[in-house]
Write a protein that binds this ligand. Structure first.
Ligand SMILES: *Cc1c(COP(=O)(O)O)cnc(C)c1O
Length: 390
């Protein structure tokens, strides 16, 4: 039943009415697009038959030790978690060779990316990031009421890292109004990355007053020798922030835990806006256990690299363009029929991620699944496109 029509002179209390009362940044904002309604699709197809390759999740799941740590926590659900998350911070500090004061935990790294803009940028300030950069950069900038400077990415026809970040252009886009720069390495949705020479050349050009955020959600999966994390530069450049997550390589997307590493002074300022218990108890325990199981992480990373190469080759044999990737997904060009192909696949229970929102409507983003899942995807594509190389 729909609500009764508002009486004359009474506000509509609809989205437009409330939006007009929202802060400036929120007025022009569109909510994050999570892709398809997976809950509805699971209900329709059943979890077993639905092939979920749209959200870059780890198909192998988390370490068994992480699952057991959650069971252990069932005794203490009536207690608040450690508000500081110190045990997990200690484990992360050991892993990365930093002090615990250099670490901030978030309810997913999405939360931290949003809070960085909230803390360091506002109306009149500029935030710089690349075209095809991770969608949260735009959301965070707008939400903070700051202005975005979107820097054109490398073009599609480049032989070397097409669609990748143009770091020279990003550095050149920095003005006295710039407070924050977001860079994803490797980037989602392009899969592109850069190495240590490009990183150092870029950092040499960024003024120390500008905070540079390196979103490294896929860093663990980047095995190419020409990939470089910014972690090694934290000591030398106090204006750097590196964000990481347990959602991808660690297979714990459902728990929502991310973290950042930065100068302790930056962490202390960010702490001022952090919700007191933003990471829950089972999540803290599971992530600590996950860090202890390096063998599981290694195995996920190795299997992902093997399956990524195999899937890329299989798609290329079918005449499709696959962009280079050091992540657990592939950006693939399907041409003018992309939207039709995508909806035909969803109708069969194969979920990929459409890229129209990123300005790449002729591409789809495909999460690298298990060998079996990738075969099911290829079979569905072959039935649809008759592209089989058999
Ligand atoms: C998935 C992803 C994240 C993080 O997600 P959380 O689950 O919020 O930690 C951050 N950045 C990029 C580029 C991603 O693809």
């Amino acid at each position: 039943m729909s609500a009764a029509p508002a009486a004359a002179g009474c506000p509509a209390f609809d989205e437009a009415w409330f939006a007009a009362r929202a802060s400036r940044g929120v007025q022009g904002l569109k909510a994050y697009d999570p892709g398809h309604d997976l809950v509805a699709l699971r209900r329709k197809f059943g979890e077993e038959r639905l092939l979920e390759l749209g959200s870059n999740e780890n198909p192998y799941g988390p370490s068994t030790a992480a699952r057991m740590a959650i069971l252990d926590q069932m005794q203490s659900l009536h207690r608040y978690p450690d508000p500081l998350g110190l045990d997990l911070k200690r484990a992360l500090a050991t892993l990365h060779g930093v002090d615990t004061g250099a670490i901030l935990l978030g309810n997913g790294s999405h939360e931290l990316l949003m809070q960085l803009a909230q803390v360091f940028a506002g109306p009149g300030d500029e935030v710089v990031y690349s075209q095809y950069g991770f969608a949260v950069f735009a959301l965070a900038t707008q939400c903070a009421g700051a202005s975005a400077r979107v820097v054109p990415a490398r073009t599609r026809d480049r032989a070397d890292m097409p669609l990748g970040h143009d770091l020279d252009a990003i550095a050149a886009a920095i003005t006295p109004a710039t407070r924050l720069v977001y860079v994803a390495n490797p980037n989602n949705p392009t899969g592109t990355w850069f190495g240590v020479d490009a990183l150092d050349a870029f950092l040499a050009k960024v003024p120390p007053e500008v905070i540079v955020v390196f979103d490294e959600a896929y860093a663990e999966m980047a095995v190419a020798p020409d990939y470089a994390s910014a972690l090694g530069r934290l000591g030398r450049h106090g204006n750097l922030v590196v964000t990481r997550t347990f959602s991808k390589a660690y297979g714990l997307a459902g728990l929502r835990v991310g973290y950042l590493l930065a100068a302790p002074g930056l962490v202390a300022v960010m702490e001022r806006v952090r919700e007191s218990f933003n990471v829950n108890g089972p999540a803290l325990a599971a992530c600590e256990a996950a860090l202890d199981d390096a063998a599981h992480l290694d195995s996920c990373v190795r299997r992902n690299a093997v399956e990524r190469d195999a899937l890329a080759q299989a798609l290329q044999r079918r005449g499709l363009r696959v962009f280079p990737s050091q992540t657990n997904f592939l950006l693939v060009e399907f041409g003018p029929q992309t939207a039709l192909i995508e909806s035909a696949l969803v109708a069969q229970g194969v979920v990929l991620r459409p890229m129209g929102g990123y300005g790449l409507p002729d591409c789809l983003r495909i999460t690298v699944g298990t060998a079996d899942e990738n075969q099911r995807l290829l079979a569905a594509l072959d039935a649809l496109l008759d592209l089989s190389d058999a």
